[in-house]
Design a protein around this ligand. Structure first.
Ligand code: E4P
Length: 226
């Protein structure tokens, strides 16, 4: 399973990239708003992320409402850098926009997906990535991991004719909040997990790793006498 970082914070992206295991970045309007950036900063900010993560997919979300606007904004965003992926929220307009953008070789990440029917529609329209949300489903008392597993199985059951040569459509486990979400996503065969920095750090930490390191250091001091 690949790791994406779910943030628009440049320092977090640089730090995650320095770990050597980063495969991509996802952003959304809320994550960009958190950076304090204004409208005129949005596209330059996306370009900076693409430069930090050269060659890795970087999702930039369109806020357009109509199919025509989504296509136009999608093409503009895709023109910012070769590694831009246009993120669209699932709806009738975005399905039509995805079909048009895919026909021109523009990769779409279909977001705000909450179940198999939406995911299959996204795949049929030509989405390169599909993002089912786990945490937000849990938030309303549903089982986000179960619906993610259903989406992974249903989408992987078929071939869609778009992005075959790249292994798409890939499922991005989104709205990931905990290391256990990451574990479950990997066990079920999800292609990608997009994880915020705080959860990524929790994935790296284990109390037994910390305790083991401390005891190795203490014992090595006995060996070196320092
Ligand atoms: C997906 O790409 C979204 O940006 C993200 O995973 C949403 O996560 P949240 O539900 O924690 O806001």
């Amino acid at each position: 399973m690949k790791f994406f970082i779910d943030t628009a914070d440049l320092d977090e992206i640089r730090e995650a990239a320095s770990w050597g295991c980063l495969d991509g970045v996802t952003t959304n309007p809320s994550l960009f708003a958190k950076t304090g950036g204004k409208l005129e900063d949005f596209e330059p900010h996306m370009v900076k992320i693409c430069e930090i993560c050269e060659g890795l997919p970087v999702s930039a979300e369109s806020t357009a409402m109509t199919t025509e606007e989504m296509i136009a904004e999608g093409k503009r965003l895709a023109g910012l850098a070769p590694n831009i992926v246009v993120k669209l929220p699932i709806c009738a307009e975005s399905l039509a926009a995805t079909r048009a953008l895919a026909a021109e070789g523009v990769r779409v990440n279909m977001t705000l997906v909450f179940g198999v029917p939406q995911a299959i529609l996204a795949a049929r329209a030509g989405a390169r990535y599909i993002s089912p949300f786990v945490g937000r489903f849990d938030d309303i008392g549903e089982d986000g991991i179960e619906q993610l597993a259903n989406v992974v199985q249903a989408v992987h059951n078929y071939s869609y004719g778009y992005w075959d040569e790249e292994g798409g459509p890939e499922i991005i486990s989104a709205s990931i909040r905990t290391p256990n979400h990451v574990t479950q996503a990997a066990l079920m065969g999800a292609d990608i997990a997009t994880v915020p920095m705080a959860a990524l750090k929790k994935c790296l930490f284990h109390p037994l790793t910390k305790a083991g390191l401390e005891s190795f250091e203490a014992d090595w001091k006995k060996v070196t006498g320092k």
